[in-house]
Design a protein around this ligand. Structure first.
Ligand code: C2E
Ligand code: MG
Ligand code: MG
Ligand code: MG
Length: 287
């Protein structure tokens, strides 16, 4: 009897695993077809300097315009292709599309030098030919100066080989691009990354910013990250700035750069020219 139930259990486990594999394959196929049918789009969220009021750039954020389910956020599909070759293909599409967009905006003479930030998956960065492929993409858009492109990397275990990653980053920096450490403070090795990776910008994670006005612990972390950025001579930007009060508090703490719903939500490229011409640089964060 024991033997039989053991066998049964094994059988059930096997079927479950089969189903999971099938479901995963279906999702991979759907993403493959979305890529082939051009269903991915980038939305753009402005980044501003709260002291001067200027728009300094935008962050490109991927969306899936799904034929039945509507506009999907990255959390719905990026995890499916993590560690899959498609994430590299999609990542290249993101960089190319972002460069093409910034070049179009330059032609429209929006009258400000805009930088563009693109999120990079750790697997993408550690690809052996990442630098060479980036060089090709940059050469495809010769009117976009490389220093306008900023690559945002997350602190994840995939960045384990810090020495290797820092060498890839150095090679990309030699091409002229910049790096940012995204969601800073949420990983296990933030200080190691800050110390060893040549990123010129630190992005304070929105989880700390969100509650900084009523949580002394979060406020202390925000203050600490700003101080660290100064000590390590890096720029610092706050993510998730949802209100004027957040902006004012950050400015008082010495963080001038900000991004968040309180300034603008991510928007389709077509909305951006109107948004920027309506933007009031004299918004008073200061009083
Ligand atoms: P992230 O790079 O940290 O981007 C910030 C996320 O916070 C975005 O979510 C943005 O829409 C959202 N956000 C911005 N301001 C606020 C705010 O004031 N309040 C709140 N509650 N949220 C705000 P989204 O677009 O869903 O992206 C989630 C994550 O997916 C990104 O986090 C990034 O890690 C990843 N991601 C997005 N696009 C790409 C991409 O093209 N490639 C890769 N590899 N990852 C991407
Ligand atoms: Mg980001
Ligand atoms: Mg972030
Ligand atoms: Mg994030």
């Amino acid at each position: 009897v024991a033997k039989e139930s053991g066998k049964n259990r094994y059988h059930i486990f096997d079927t479950d695993q089969d189903d999971a594999v099938k479901a995963k394959n279906l999702r991979l196929k759907a993403i493959r077809s979305a890529l082939d049918n051009h269903q991915f789009v980038l939305h753009y969220q402005p980044k501003v300097n709260m002291r001067t009021g200027t728009v300094i750039g935008v962050e490109a954020l991927i969306r899936w315009q799904h034929p039945e389910r509507g506009l999907l956020n990255p959390i719905e599909f990026l995890p499916v292709i993590e560690n899959h070759a498609m994430s590299i293909e999609l990542g290249e599409w993101v960089i190319a599309t972002a460069l093409s967009q910034i070049s179009q905006w330059q032609e429209m003479e929006l009258n400000i030098p805009l930088s563009i930030s693109v999120n990079i998956a750790a697997v993408q960065l550690q690809q052996c030919d990442f630098t060479a492929r980036l060089a090709i993409l940059l050469a495809t858009y010769p009117d976009v100066e490389p220093h306008y492109l900023e690559l945002e990397v997350l602190e994840t275990s995939a960045l384990d080989d810090v020495q290797h990653v820092s060498e890839i980053m150095d090679a990309c920096i030699a091409l002229g691009v910049k790096f940012a450490l995204d969601d800073f403070g949420t990983g296990y090795s933030s200080l190691t990354y800050l110390r060893r990776l040549p990123a010129s910008l630190i992005k304070i994670d929105q989880s700390f910013v969100r509650d900084m006005l009523n949580d002394a612990g979060d406020l202390a972390i925000v203050e600490g990250v700003i101080a660290l950025a100064k000590l390590f001579k890096r720029e610092v930007i706050a993510e998730g700035v949802e209100s004027i009060e957040h902006g004012r508090a950050l400015l008082q703490l010495g963080c001038e750069l900000a991004q968040g719903y309180g300034i603008a939500r991510p928007m389709p490229a077509s909305d951006f020219p109107a948004w920027i011409s309506d933007w009031k640089p004299d918004i008073s964060w200061q009083d």
